[in-house]
Write a protein that binds this ligand. Sequence first.
Ligand code: CP
Length: 298
Amino acid sequence: MAALTREEINFFLDSAEGFLEIAKRPVKKVPALRGKTVVNLFFEPSTRTRVSFEIAQKRLSADAVNFTASSSSTKKGETLLDTVKNIEAMAPTVLVIRHGAAGAAHFVAARTSAAVVNAGDGRHEHPTQALLDLFTMRKQKGRIEGLKVAIIGDIANSRVARSNMHALRTMGAEVSICGPGTMLPPHPEVFGVKSCNRLADALDGADVVMALRIQKERQGVATLPSDREYATFYGIGPRSLELTKPDCIVMHPGPINRGVEISSEIVDGPRSVILQQVESGVAVRMAVVYILAGGDRE
Ligand code: CP
């Protein structure tokens, strides 16, 4: 997201608008990418991203092929580059890649003739998540510019936070981040965001609250005494929303740890747009795959 301009972000969001209504049709399919092959290379677990990319590709009539690292020849020692080169020999148009190493998608993109979509690379970026988050905000609030967005949680280890900080600042939103000191980036000024230690400071007057999971799988050492302590100081619950604007929406990219970073009451309550984010994900990923595949839309 760091490389995208405001015009480019708007282009993806506007394109996704056109794909949203396909989900409402009895036959949820257009022939836009007929004859094109998209391979989904997932080297890390995923539910929402993997399934929504596959649904997006199928709705565009692309041939969607799923590669899962745990049942692949990477288990026999094959490298990422050899894996990609072998798949490239089968003539895919687009590769969608999720990998635990920051820069993996960039590395692959520089070494293949297929278009590459980053579906999450380590702590670095998750660009289609940020696009679907912005798409959801724009749908709910009618704009992105000027919105006060509070991102709460393990910011330092979160690719979702990083991509959202870049995208939201590019689009003119005001962003506050908050979490324990051990989970905040050392130089928030690089992202143009306000860094807060107290939850109340970040939530004050917010239009959007985005709660994030603690990325235990990316933390080398314990960064907090216990989940219970985290929930007490940084968990989003009904009292948190007394500090925000009355029409504030609550977002979460998933997967959720209920009762830790967010209470069930909020997840399932009227302010939550968490499932709308998932719905947006299919339309946004249709737009991304369609644009990168250079398809024709009827
Ligand atoms: N938000 C997100 O990336 O979820 P998954 O890890 O389930 O794909």
